[in-house]
Design a protein around this ligand. Sequence first.
Ligand code: NAD
Length: 439
Amino acid sequence: MKICVVGTGYVGLVTGTCLAETGNDVTCVDCDRQKIDMLCRGAIPIYEPGLAELVRRNLAAGRLQFTSDLGSAAAASRLIFLAVGTPPADDGSVDLSAVWSVVDQLTPRLAPDAIVVLKSTVPVGTNRAVAARLAELTGRPCDVASNPEFLKEGTAVDDFMKPDRVVVGARREEVFEVLADLYQPYLRTDKPLLRMSPESAEMTKYAANALLSTKISFINEIANICQRTGADINEVRRGIGHDSRIGFAFLFPGVGYGGSCFPKDVRALAAVARQHGIQPRILDAVHEVNVRQKMILVEQMQEHFGGQLAGKTIAVWGLSFKPGTDDIREAPSLVLIDALLAAGAMVRVYDPEAMTNVRRIYGERLSYGQGRDDVLAGADALAIVTEWKQFVHPDFHRMRRLMRTPVIFDGRNLYSPARIKEAGFTYYSVGRQVVRPDG
Ligand code: NAD
C-alpha cells in the first residue's frame, strides 16, 4: 500500500519505518529540511534502539523515502498518517497548529479514496473537526481515522512491531478494513485491533497516559509518606505489587515523570474536562504531585548541605527523561539542573545519549563528562536522575576516591542501602531512610 507519514519525530519515523518493513511503499514527510536531508543520507536524528538499521535497510530496498514535499507524497498515497507534534499551549490545552497546517496543505491534492489517519495524540473532537475541515476544503466527504500510538521511547520499534493492541476509531466499515489489513502482520500473536468511534479512540490515548501518570504520582506520594514515617517504599512496593489486583507496573518511586507525553497529556485532559464543566481533581493532583516530586533531590541536597549549595560541585548521572532515549522534553534532570544553577552550584553532567540535547539548552553553563566516572572528580555529591543500566553497578571504591565527599542522592533507588553504607557513602534515596556510614 502507498502510505505517507507526516512528521518524522519519535512516532512518525518509527511508524513509517515499521510500515515499510512489512512491504509497504512509505514516504515520510517533514517540514524540517535538515532532518529530511539527514534521513535521505541514512542518518537518524534521534536515538532509538534498532531504528537506524531498519531505516537504512528500507531506504536501500526503496520502500522508504523522505521528502519535504507534502503535496506530492499525499497525492500518491491511500493512507496519510499525521504524526506531527501536539505540544502543550500555555494554559495546558493542546496546540494543534501543526495538525491544522498539514490538513490545509493536504487538501488540494488528496486522492478521492484517501484516508487521513490521526496518529498524533489529539483531544476528543479533533477527528470530527478535521473531517469537517477536509470536507469544506475539498467539497466532498473525506475519511478520517483515529489511530493513537502507544509506543514507548527506548523500545519503540518493538512496541510498534508487537503492540499489545491497536486502537482504530472510524465511522465507516471500509476504513476499519483497510487499517485491519495494514496492521494484520503486527498482530499475528492474536493481539486485538480494537474498533471504536473516533471519539473513544481519542479518549483512550489520554485515559491510558493519565492512568499511568496517576500510578507514578501515587507511588511517589506513598514514598514520601514512607520517608517521614520510617517505612521503606521498596518493601511496601513489593507488599502491594504481589497483589494480583495491583501488580508492579509503573509503581516505581522516583523523581517524577517527564517526556513528551505524560506531562502534556495529563494537563490536556484536565483542560478538556474543564472546558466541559468538570473539575478534574485527580488529574490536577497527579500533575501537582509530579511537579513537586521533580524537586525532591534538590530538597534533600538543601537539607544535607544546610541550604548552602553555592560553590558546591554536583555531578549528575542521567539526563534523558528515561533510559533508552535521548529525549529530554520535560525531563526531571532539567528541573534539578535549573535549581542547582540558581543556587550557585557547579554542575557536571553525564548521559550516554542526551548530552547533545542538553548542551543545546545550557551551553557552557554546565560541564560535560566523557563518561560516568569523569564527572565525579572533586564532586561534593552525585545525583542520579535516570536509571541507565551502566549506573547500576559502579565501582563504589573508585567513586569514593574520586569524589571530594562521598554523598549520593539517588532519584531512582538503584542501590541497596546496606551495600552503600558498607562502601562508606551517605545515601539519600526516594521513600527510604537516609543511610550514613557512621549512622
Ligand atoms: P516530535 O516532536 O518528535 O516530532 C514531530 C515532527 O513533526 C517533527 O519532526 C516536526 O518537524 C514535524 N512537523 C511539525 N509540524 C509539521 C508540519 N506542518 N509538516 C510536517 N512536519 C511537521 O513528536 P513525537 O514525539 O514524535 O510525537 C508526535 C505525536 O505523537 C504527538 O502528538 C505525541 O503526543 C504523540 N505520541 C508521542 C509518543 C512518544 O513517545 N514520543 C508516543 C505516543 C504518541
